[in-house]
Design a protein around this ligand. Structure first.
Ligand SMILES: *Cc1c(COP(=O)(O)O)cnc(C)c1O
Length: 430
């Protein structure tokens, strides 16, 4: 396998692009080496510009849950594109996607479409503040909620890997209302509530995905919902990653909780830029044109993106792949643990539904702090061995791998073999 063209493009890209990427996790900074440039993808496979083929567990960081270019999605996009690209006026497909989304999430009577997860979350925060009249938020260390100022505090993945505390350029004033609690630690939330009376919302990834996969333990989410309710605080579930992925109704369906406000992204657009936030009527009626909270978007509800979202969600519902994801995920977890044990490597694997994540550590990973005990060097070695054997993984210890329903038995067997090769390589370099 050679990466000659990728290397050439990378060098060329550096001239007019920052680090030759438009999003920092794509830069391979935490695994070393240069990023791959991709030519195309179909089904479970992705192909780089040097014509190397990989089984894709990145799936554009989640959206491509059906695999790439599913026939039905492709057809819907082609049809939509014939009618125009964007109109600055409502279309019937927006109503159709809104109906699918609201039916999947019982806490949502109404939804507003935007163009990214970041936008969905920052709008949801504004909405919680508008509705409660309070300014403060509680967020959890290691949770990532997009790159808006107020939420770039103790945020996972890209930032976790690079160990950057927040970000330069975010004024202190922008984060002074952001209170931090620890994931899976209800007491840490109670303490914040005790000291601060004016809290608008608690925002959480109901299944942590941006510090690596971290599961809510016991009744953490349910307890959080109760605690929020008792204190007149809104619970915002950021399901940008988990929505339609953990279950069709997201982590909320899986865990039996209902958020006051739900944020969506990734899968909801099936590969096109769509984000969404929604809630019950009394909350959503705060938003312009019904209410005093302003939020807008030139390309919001874009017709091509709506067509892609509708086709993706309809097909996803028809396939109902969640039991299969569970089985495949469990199988890959068992393989990783076995391969690690045979090579005397400390490994913890966290998984839930179609999100899975090996941590090179011996500590149980339950929050940001324990995730940080992982040996990122070992992950880097493992990552490159997987790449060289045709398995495309997120280039970071702290990013979830995603499963698509396009994975074949052959793909899984090949991935398992490659996992053994990867662990062997890690052991050989120690
Ligand atoms: C990806 C992600 C976001 C940000 O979405 P973008 O579309 O990248 O802006 C927000 N929250 C969570 C939980 C995410 O996984």
């Amino acid at each position: 396998m050679n990466f000659k063209k990728s290397q050439q493009l990378y060098k060329k890209g550096l001239t007019h692009m920052v680090g030759a990427v438009n999003s920092p996790v794509r830069a391979f900074a935490s695994v070393g080496g240069n990023p791959l440039f991709i030519k195309k993808a179909k089904g479970s496979q992705i192909t780089d510009v040097d014509n190397n083929k990989y089984i894709d567990f990145v799936l554009s960081y989640g959206p491509m849950i059906l695999g790439h270019r599913h026939n039905k999605v492709q057809k819907a996009i082609r049809k939509a594109i014939k009618n125009g690209y964007t109109f600055g006026a409502s279309t019937e497909n927006e109503i159709k996607l809104a109906e699918i989304v609201c039916n999947a999430f019982p806490g949502m009577d109404k939804v507003r479409f935007v163009s990214s997860g970041t936008e969905a979350v920052l709008s949801a925060i504004r909405l919680a503040r508008a509705f409660t009249g309070h300014d403060k938020l509680i967020k959890f260390a290691g949770c990532y909620h997009g790159h808006s100022d107020a939420l770039l505090v103790a945020a996972g993945s890209g930032l976790a890997t690079l160990s950057i505390p927040g970000s330069k350029g975010v004024p202190n004033d922008a984060v002074k209302n952001t209170l931090i609690a620890e994931y899976n630690n209800l007491e840490s939330v109670k303490e914040q509530i005790k000291t601060h009376k004016d809290i608008a919302a608690i925002i959480i990834e109901p299944i942590g995905g941006n510090m690596g996969v971290v599961l809510p333990q016991n009744n953490f989410l349910k307890d959080l919902q109760t605690l929020a309710k008792e204190n007149g605080i809104l619970l915002i579930c950021d399901e940008v990653m988990t929505g339609f992925r953990s279950k069709f109704g997201g982590a909320q369906e899986l865990l039996g909780v209902t958020a006051d406000i739900t944020c969506l992204g990734k899968v909801v657009g099936g590969g096109f830029p769509v984000g969404a936030y929604g809630a019950r009527n009394e909350i959503m009626e705060m938003i312009s044109p019904l209410g005093p909270m302003y939020q807008a978007g030139t390309l919001s509800g874009n017709p091509i993106a709506m067509a892609s979202g509708i086709a993706t969600l309809r097909e996803l519902k028809r396939q109902n792949p969640y039991d299969i994801f569970e089985k495949v995920g469990e199988r890959l977890k068992a393989t990783m643990l076995k391969a690690a044990a045979e090579n005397n490597i400390d490994l913890v694997v966290n998984r839930f539904g179609s999100m899975i994540n090996p941590f090179f550590t011996k500590e149980a990973v339950t929050d940001f702090k324990s995730a940080q005990t992982s040996d990122t060097k070992k992950f880097g070695i493992f990552f490159w061995e997987m790449i060289r054997n045709g398995v495309f993984l997120p280039p970071s210890q702290f990013e979830s791998w995603f499963l698509s329903s396009a994975l074949s038995e052959e793909d899984i067997v090949k991935t398992e073999k490659t996992i053994y090769a990867g662990m062997k390589k890690v052991a050989s370099i120690r």
